[in-house]
Write a protein that binds this ligand. Structure first.
Ligand code: FES
Length: 57
C-alpha cells in the first residue's frame, strides 16, 4: 500500500507526497491562475500560513 501525506508548507501550497515523492502542489492562497494547482503566486501576494503534515494513507 502506498504512503500518502499532505504537507502544508509554510507560507505556500499543500504538497501531495506519495511514497516520499511530491506528485502535486495544490494552491491554498487562492491566487493561482492554474487552480487547483499552485503556480507560485503565493510568493508575490504575501500569503502566510503555518506548516503542517497530515498522513492520509
Ligand atoms: S499556494 Fe502557490 S499559488 Fe497559491
Amino acid at each position: 500500500m502506498s504512503s500518502v501525506v499532505i504537507k502544508s508548507t509554510e507560507n505556500g501550497p499543500n504538497l501531495v507526497i506519495v511514497d516520499g515523492k511530491v506528485v502535486q502542489a495544490w494552491c491554498r492562497c487562492g491566487a493561482s491562475t492554474m487552480k487547483p494547482y499552485c503556480d507560485g503566486s503565493h510568493k508575490k501576494n504575501g500569503f502566510t500560513a503555518e506548516a503542517r503534515d497530515v498522513k492520509v494513507a
